[in-house]
Design a binder for this molecule. Sequence first.
Ligand SMILES: C[S@@+](CC[C@H](N)C(=O)[O-])C[C@H]1O[C@@H](n2cnc3c(N)ncnc32)[C@H](O)[C@@H]1O
Length: 302
Amino acid sequence: MSVNKLVFGSCENMSELADKSIHLAVTSPPYFNAPFDYPDLFHTYDEFLEMIRNVARELKRVLDEGRIACFVCDDTLINGSKFPVVADITKIFFEEGFKYRDKIIWVKPEGYIRISRRSGVMLQHPYPMYFYPDNLQETILIFQNGSFDYSRISDEKKKESKIDLEEWSKEKWFLSVWRITNVLPFANRLEKGIAAFPDEIAYRLITLFSYKGETVLDPFMGSGTTLKVALNLDRNAIGYEIDVELLDTVKEKIGIGKQAKLVNKKPFEIVVREDVKHLRTKLQSRVTEQKSVTQKSKKVKK
Ligand SMILES: C[S@@+](CC[C@H](N)C(=O)[O-])C[C@H]1O[C@@H](n2cnc3c(N)ncnc32)[C@H](O)[C@@H]1O
């Protein structure tokens, strides 16, 4: 049976995976109802949190003892209201029995702000109470499924997965703040409309929290960034994605699509379940609508 797997269906149910069969999860859930990524994906914030709780329960079951789940996420701003996504995900994982091991702040370069420049309000109203900062960060939450038994890892396994301390020190992996350029939504990119995170995030997390030959899971696979990096780092890769419209994108990104050279093709089991959705086309036309409304209101204000 193939160890590498793509499952199209909701990760609230990962029945294809055996208990304790996963060594690391690296993921980024949908950004609640973020206007430029997932407008109206969930009916309510509670529905979003319920989905996160179901995934936390499944991760508790499939992760091996002491292993890690990393969630790249951010609070979401919708029509001027902030939703405390980071705090709520932390609380849910805590309640579901995970240890809250760490929090890394991922800082993007200034000038790379993708969506709204809220700070402009101050330029028009340079008075107290008009302060709204531009957001340059996301949070990487790191949860642990109990205690890790370091004695279970052989010396040979340690040797082949040794961390390159020169890179660790030069790139400042040791800090709780990581400065990494984000994936920009250029036209014709494979990740267009997906809110993908950069390879570097997956690269650091997989290097730091798994050994070669182990299995890395991304329950919210999107374009397949985690899987691509895991395969490059000699790990096995499993991904879940609810949107079946991303099937070809993922295949291309991980090198098993039509364009891939036969020699690079890794054995992958692909499962398409009945609970898949067709999201991208619908979401992208909603995003285009939102953008044109925003443009029009900017013109009116001028
Ligand atoms: C922020 S994106 C992940 C992007 C990914 N990290 C990348 O680099 O391409 C979140 C993904 O979760 C998917 N998703 C939403 N609800 C899901 C569910 N219940 N089960 C599986 N995938 C889901 C969305 O369709 C979206 O592609």
